[in-house]
Design a protein around this ligand. Sequence first.
Ligand code: SAM
Length: 276
Amino acid sequence: MAGTLYLVPTPIGNLGDISRRVAETLERVDLIAAEDTRVTLKLLNHLGLKKPLISYYRHNTEEAGRQVLDRLLAGESCALCTDAGTPAISDPGEDLVALCALHDVPVESLPGPCALVVALAASGLPTARFVFEGFLPMNKKNRRSRLEALAGEERTLILYEAPHKLTATLADLREVFGPDRRISLCRELTKLHEEIFRTTLDGAMERYQGEVPRGEFVLVVEGAPAKEGEEYTLEDGLGRVEALLKEGLSRKDAVKQAARELGLSRNELYAAALDL
Ligand code: SAM
């Protein structure tokens, strides 16, 4: 029987965030696949553990992934630790999980630190609906077209960004989203000099213009203002038809009324409502 791959989240800046389950899992597994063996070694030293390490990073995912997979298929258990935070979120862990899924190797994901969640929770911006875009493309043209595609996005937007690209990204964000859009710049989360700077895109530019800031950043950007008059989907229409059927209307009348109320095509809604 195949062993299990454990996705082991590691602190994003505060060793106090190592959970008991993380420590127990690292102690129990046969080997650890590590994005940076030096970083993981420090963690193991902190916990007083010794374990065989396999280096698994962006440029060797194919070869190292195969090695890890073979050992899992042979029944060994393996922890995956990336540099910081939750493996597989904007880091190479994603490929190893996909490989395990392909070969029916069990994967257990331990909950723990994840920069995007820590930032969103502290941002002061709406948290009910959000989109995570990870790192924007490096190439300026591609970055701009990605942002243009997101300009009308109403959900809160979360981005990872490297400090040396911060001002270029803020300039693009301001140009595409406008100067008044609110942003929370979450820097050095969980560390001694943690800072959550809540401002507008204009305010952010003013603060960071001409500066390469220190530390790591998560950018949480307010969504676009809601469009006038809500747009309804076929699913909303079916919900309304169902309610009207319960009120005693015939299918035909329920569809007619729901389509009129929600501005949907009567024929499409009728076809979709045939199974109700
Ligand atoms: N897998 C990680 C996670 O779960 O958050 C993310 C890995 S990604 C390669 C690294 C990025 O996460 C950084 O460039 C930064 O945007 C963000 N990040 C990581 N630690 C952070 C921290 N302490 N404060 C702010 N942002 C952080």
